[in-house]
Structure formats: C-alpha cells, structure tokens
Design a protein around this ligand. Sequence first.
Ligand code: SAH
Ligand code: SF4
Length: 409
Amino acid sequence: MSDTALMPIPGTVDPVPVARDITPRADGRADLLGLPKARIRELLSEAGLDDRQAKLRAKQIFHWIYHRGTTGFEAMTDIAKTMRPWLAERFVIDRPEVVEAQHSTDGTRKWLLRTSDGHDYEMVFIPDADRGTLCVSSQVGCTLNCRFCHTGTMRLVRNLTPGEIVGQVMLARDALGEWPKGAMDVADDASESEYRADGRLLTNIVMMGMGEPLYNFDNVKGALAIVMDGEGLALSKRRITLSTSGVVPMMERCGEEIGVNLAVSLHAVTKDLRDEIVPLNRKYGIEELLTACAAYPGASNARRITFEYVMLKGKNDSDEDARELVRLIKQFKLPAKVNLIPFNPWPGAPYECSTPERVRAFSDIVFEAGISAPVRTPRGRDIDAACGQLKTAAEKKSRAERDREASAA
Ligand code: SAH
Ligand code: SF4
C-alpha cells in the first residue's frame, strides 16, 4: 500500500511517512471529519452549491459535527430536508472503527482502533479526580525506536490523518456520553453554555500515544486546530500537551503554529546514554534540544516545559544523573518541570524499572533544587495502556502470521 511507504530523508533515524489528504473511500464519498471548515466549503462548491449556500452549509455542518457529535446528515435539522440526502450521497462523517475496548481496574480505558485502510492504533483515556486526559496517537507505530518503548518496536508506520486524530477525540466523547443531550432543537447559544458549564469528563489531551507528533506535523496541526477552534471542539490550548522525543527543527513551529504545551522526552543527561536509549539524539543532541526548549514560543514560568524522564534501573537513575539534570535545566534557564515516569515493562524489554526508593531519592534531589519533579503514577498497566506499552495486538498477530507464512513457504 503506497501510504505505508517510508520516504527516507538523510540520517538513519528519521524516515518521514507520506501524509495523505482525504481518505478515499471505496464508495467514493469524502469523509468530512478533520477537514477545516474552508475545505468543507470548497468540497460543497465543487459538488455544485453556489458560494453563499456552500458557506452557510459548511458552517452548519461544522457545527453539527463538533458541537453536537452528529454523524448523519439526516439529523441536521436546520438544513433543508431535501438537501440532506444529497449530502449523504456525497459525504460521510466517520469515526475510527473500534476493534476492541478495554477497561482497567483503575478506571483507565483503552481502545484499539482501525483506519479505513486496515491499520490499527490505540487511544487511552485516563480519569482522575479533577481531570480526564485523553492520550491520542499521531501515527500507526513510530519510526524512532527508543529502546525502552514498545511502540518503537512496531514495524508498520503511517501517519494518521487529521480525521483519524480528531476522530479519537470524537470517539472518546461518544463513549463518555459528552455530547449535549436532546439539544438538537435548542437555540445554539443556550445549549452551548449549558453543556460547557457541567463537569465534562474529557478535559485534557496529550499527544503521547503512538508515534512522534512532530514527524506528522501538518496533520497534528490540522487536527489540533479543530480541537482548539471555538466553533470546533473548543478545548483550550492550555489543556493540550504535545510530547516530542526531540525533533528540534519542528519545535519552534510547534510553539508558533500550534501553540500547545510542550513535553520533551529527555530520559538521559549524557550523550552516550541518550544516544543509546533515544536514538534521535544522534541527530539532535542534548544541547541543541535544550537550546530549542529555551526558545520555545509561549513557554514561561506560568507555562512550563515538561521534561519526561523514564526511570530505568541502573541506567539513568543515579544521584549524579539527578544533579546533572538540575544543572542542565539551570544552565539553559528553562522554565521546567520534570515528570518522572516509572518504566512500564513489556515482553522482551531490555530494561527494568528503578526501585521506588531510587525514584524517590532522584525526585528529592530535583525538588530540593526548586524544580517540581512529581512521579507519574502508572495507569492502566493491566491492559497494557500505560506509557510506552502501546503496540497493537493486530501488529503482533500479523507478525506471527507472517512468520507462519514464511515457515510454510
Ligand atoms: N513520541 C513522543 C510521544 C509518545 S511517547 C515522545 O516520545 O515523546 C509518550 C511518553 O512515554 C514519552 O515520554 C516516552 O518516552 C514514554 N515512554 C515510552 N515507553 C515507555 C515505557 N516503557 N515506560 C514508561 N514511559 C515510556
Ligand atoms: Fe516513538 Fe516516542 Fe516511543 Fe520514542 S518513545 S519510539 S519517539 S513513541
């Protein structure tokens, strides 16, 4: 399949998958999910509506999609009855297919999703007392092969489209029952304030699922634009965090053009070790990365950059590592907080998690230097939903199938 092909660019560690525009469906209809309003308007014009109609209908459709969660044109009651079947012949408003939904004993939920061309990916919802965080994937698999990350061992990689990225948020809102109920015939403004005021479950989004979001920049940007658009899902950029393993050349654009909070997967403070566990470091080293962090648009003491640090027993968890981490943060004058992530094991992983005492000692050193360093509680480990555990069963199966085929040949 051409859209799974990797387009190599110089360097051994960062092939860039080819992005797609609209997913062509077998029935020829275009999926409107994830398209900017202006593009919907264009498609309506191309299908034969005059300018005024196209503009009005695009606005209405966009509203139904993102404020009401509507998936069928028939329900769009402010669009002329005769026009609704006309729309349905040409367009759809799809959702990713759910292959499996799992519920952890701690309340974490994981969904295995499938694209219309048969690739599997995952999303995770993590409920807390004061917030609900959706962990969203940006790619099927990841090209970057961090040594401690299960997703990095996946072979198959394709960029997710804006529709597939926004589709995860839509699906989560479907599953959590977060669309306004019975609001179809309520005047716009009244219904909006009604459902915003209540306790929504999905309050935050982290681009920390499968994949490296900055290697799928345009699609992630397009999807998040809709998530943040007041006429779209209307989630504040302050509630969205994008995590990168350190794609330095895209970081400034991320701050400028997307404007969300930044998290950086640092994980090591020496060149040798970071080269080993985050191979992208061979291309963009620690100094370069921290320089880009210091210049990140929008970062301030009120909006700090999160440095993620996975705790690997005997690898990166010494007192000396903690002190070096503090020194680097101070040297680069970074408005930083540190997030210590206990390593989540997966079958065949070459590392173990640091002991709780070691994690505490490490955290204390960073705290004492005046930098917040909470330890992230692992969530959803029993369903392989925790950080770095995402790797689709289908991928495992298809590999097993390939092995069987190979031995049969
Ligand atoms: N590709 C991006 C975002 C996805 S990974 C990135 O690397 O930042 C989300 C976070 O989970 C990253 O900080 C990643 O380093 C961390 N992670 C990966 N594997 C892990 C594991 N096995 N245990 C704990 N954290 C892990
Ligand atoms: Fe990719 Fe992030 Fe996993 Fe590294 S940690 S392999 S960049 S998903």
